[in-house]
Design a protein around this ligand. Structure first.
Ligand code: SF4
Length: 337
């Protein structure tokens, strides 16, 4: 059975170890396609997640408390389709022992849900092996972020969250710059960071739009970009008990979660600060959805924290990036000339 994930912070390896198939929705084609316009203030991503849960009657869908929109979406869909939907309580805090206990308790609760929908209880060996495979894949992708062309990297990262595959283009034999960027000399492409919420398959043309306007994305910090990858360990510290292995995995996720919903969100700014400086980023494109107060509220803070110009770019309600936004990208990059 497929288990559709709406957040990269729900441990996919925990689901896979139960014999089910985790599928991150970012890779699904036409995820936001809808014939009806959205009600005012509704996030297209959260709305599409609700629609997905209602239409895919043969799959389970995991919502999270990442934001109010997803939480309310779960409330809306839950009435009609138990027990195929599950709300994973992501702790907003991360500095306290209580956050670690809460995260692990949610993993345990999710495990029970997975058993209810047909999964089986994972052995320590299977969980350890599955977690190690995910860790290796994450590391490969993270390394590739330094040389892979921006669109190919976005596609590979989303694909990893879809089925754990690592599908990267061939690495160039020699490279003069990081992130697959052409040489950054006078008149070269402007190095940009793409920061924000979910970037879906139908949005990947944004990389061409930016390139055509004279920019180059050297840091993908959208929901399933580099922020969702880390290379800290082998996934699960060997443990004598299944609960110990699960706790090890939950600690791993909590330790590496870098997202806008966390309080304080200093970890997001520290993470960004290191990479913006190392990659000589000159501007930030803030990718956000209508109704997403979380990301929209960061625009001024990002400007102040990093002293960089920030372009707020709105994800379309459905389909690819509209022409209107392409014009805004061109105007933003024109200011660097
Ligand atoms: S884009 Fe914003 S409002 Fe939409 S689901 Fe993500 S955090 Fe929530």
């Amino acid at each position: 059975m497929e288990v559709l994930l709406t957040s990269p912070w729900v441990p996919a390896e925990w689901i896979r170890a139960h014999g089910l198939e985790p599928r991150g929705v970012w890779y699904a084609g036409n995820f936001t396609d809808q014939s009806q316009p959205l009600a005012a203030g509704i996030c297209g991503f959260a709305n599409a997640a609700v629609r997905l849960a209602e239409e895919h009657v043969d799959a389970a869908v995991i919502f999270t408390t990442h934001c109010d929109q997803l939480r309310r979406g779960f409330d809306g869909v839950n009435v009609n389709s138990p027990p195929r939907v599950f709300l994973f309580n992501l702790p907003a805090t991360w500095q306290t022992p209580v956050a670690a206990i809460l995260f692990d308790a949610e993993m345990e609760r999710l495990g029970k849900f997975l058993l209810e929908i047909g999964g089986h209880s994972p052995s320590i060996e299977v969980l350890t092996q599955t977690a190690a495979e995910h860790a290796i894949a994450r590391k490969q992708l993270l390394d590739a972020a330094l040389w892979c062309p921006a669109r190919a990297f976005a596609e590979a990262a989303a694909r990893f969250h879809w089925d754990r595959a690592v599908c990267l283009p061939a690495e160039p034999p020699s490279r003069s710059t990081d992130s697959g960027a052409p040489a950054r000399q006078n008149g070269g492409p402007i190095p940009l960071a793409l920061v924000g919420g979910p970037l879906l398959r139908e949005h990947w043309t944004l990389f061409e739009t930016i390139a055509n306007a004279g920019g180059h994305v050297v840091l993908n910090a959208t929901e399933v970009g580099e922020r969702s990858l880390w290379a800290a360990s082998n996934g699960v510290v060997p443990s004598a008990t299944a609960a110990g292995a699960r706790q090890s995995l939950s600690r791993e996720y909590l330790a590496h979660c870098v997202d806008v919903f966390q309080r304080p969100n200093t970890r997001l700014y520290d993470w960004l600060g290191d990479r913006l400086a190392a990659r000589k980023v000159r501007g930030i494109v803030l990718w956000h959805y209508v109704g997403c107060d979380l990301w929209r509220a960061e625009a001024q803070s990002l400007r102040e924290a990093f002293g960089l110009p920030v372009l707020l770019l709105e994800a379309p309600e459905s389909g690819s990036v509209p022409l209107r936004e392409q014009g805004r990208v061109e105007a933003f990059l024109e200011a660097f000339r």
